[in-house]
Design a protein around this ligand. Structure first.
Ligand code: G3H
Ligand code: 13P
Ligand code: ZN
Length: 310
């Protein structure tokens, strides 16, 4: 048993009309919560690390814990670099044993994004590692860059980009965004499914990725706020829209905010209800259980990847 790339996972997901969950990892409880959820549903999973996560925990620690998760669960797991900012970051994680990388050149001018992505693809493919790139800009905060509004992906440009770079999957902008506030309080959530449909038609069989795809459960936000939190204007992507995307060309759905909210709600609730507790296993254990429940529910209601290991 070893880490896998996303190649086979995406092929089966595309053909089966489902998607693989890509969850951000930062520590042991998050990793265990996610893989316990995936194991309960017999589902493959992608564990991804941002550069912030690598700085926080270290690539060696994260990789070693993911190796342990594979040994314990026997699941197909891909270890992915999320929003890699440059080729140096890509080289570092490939050296550490990651099987998948994202190079995010979406903030560059188009030709520069093509050039830099192609450089990453050549490097990664020579080492058996798959590459995700991004075209279009998600509104909100991304890699410390704040974009005021979406720049939706142009389907024509997506075809040119995929053909010229040789990327294995492409993250597109259709109205999702990072973080807990994805739409203004009075706005009706909307995704540009016409763009996704056109990309799917122009690039049949090609795996598409959705970033910023947390659903932001109002009850979880309410629990955070009930126990001392102050999370305002939170609004996520409706579950039925995410399920629809999963049934289409979207093969990878990125979720981080929902993990953060589940963990924070569990810890705040434990502190609020049991002020005498000071054993970290108590509140981190509660967080791990909530993350597992969240992942199981994502697989049931959004991803459709149950028994994807068969
Ligand atoms: O897309 C970004 C992910 O939510 C990771 O966030 O850079 O704060 O770890 P981070
Ligand atoms: P969310 O903030 O919606 O969870 O998105 C996470 C993400 O896209 C990580 O790359
Ligand atoms: Zn992202």
């Amino acid at each position: 048993m070893a880490l896998v790339t996303t190649k086979e996972m995406f092929k089966k997901a595309y053909e089966g009309g489902y998607a693989i969950g890509a969850f951000n990892i930062n520590d042991m409880e998050i990793i265990q919560g996610i893989v316990n959820g995936a194991k309960a549903k017999n589902s493959p999973v992608i564990l991804q690390c941002s550069t912030g996560a690598l700085k926080y925990a270290g690539a060696k620690y994260l990789k070693a814990m993911v190796d342990a998760a594979i040994e314990e669960t026997g699941l197909d797991i891909a270890l992915h670099l999320d929003h890699g900012p440059n080729i140096e970051a890509v080289k570092e994680v490939i050296d550490a044993g990651f099987t998948s990388v994202m190079f995010d050149g979406s903030h560059y001018e188009y030709e520069e994004n093509v050039r830099l992505t192609k450089e990453v693809v050549d490097y990664a493919h020579a080492r058996g590692v798959v590459v995700e790139a991004e075209l279009g800009v998600l509104a909100g905060v991304e890699d410390d860059v704040v974009a005021d509004s979406h720049i939706y992906t142009d389907p024509e440009q997506a075809v040119d980009f995929v053909n010229r770079t040789g990327v294995d999957s492409l993250a597109i902008a259709i109205g999702t965004s990072h973080g807990a506030v994805k739409f203004p309080p009075d706005a009706k959530p909307e995704l540009k499914f016409d763009i996704l449909e056109e990309i799917q038609r122009k690039l049949p069989g090609f795996p598409i990725v959705l970033h910023g795809a947390s659903a932001v459960d109002p009850q979880t936000v309410a629990t955070c706020n009930e126990f001392g939190g102050n999370i305002a204007n939170a609004k996520g992507i409706p579950v039925e829209m995410l399920r629809k995307a999963s049934s289409m060309a979207v093969c990878k759905i990125n979720m981080d905010t929902d993990i953060r909210l589940a963990m924070t709600a569990a810890i705040r609730k434990t502190f609020g209800e049991k002020p005498e507790v000071f054993d970290p296993r108590n509140y981190l254990g509660a967080a791990r259980t909530e993350i597992q429940k969240l992942v199981e529910s994502k697989i049931d209601t959004i991803l459709g990847s149950e028994n994807g290991m068969n």
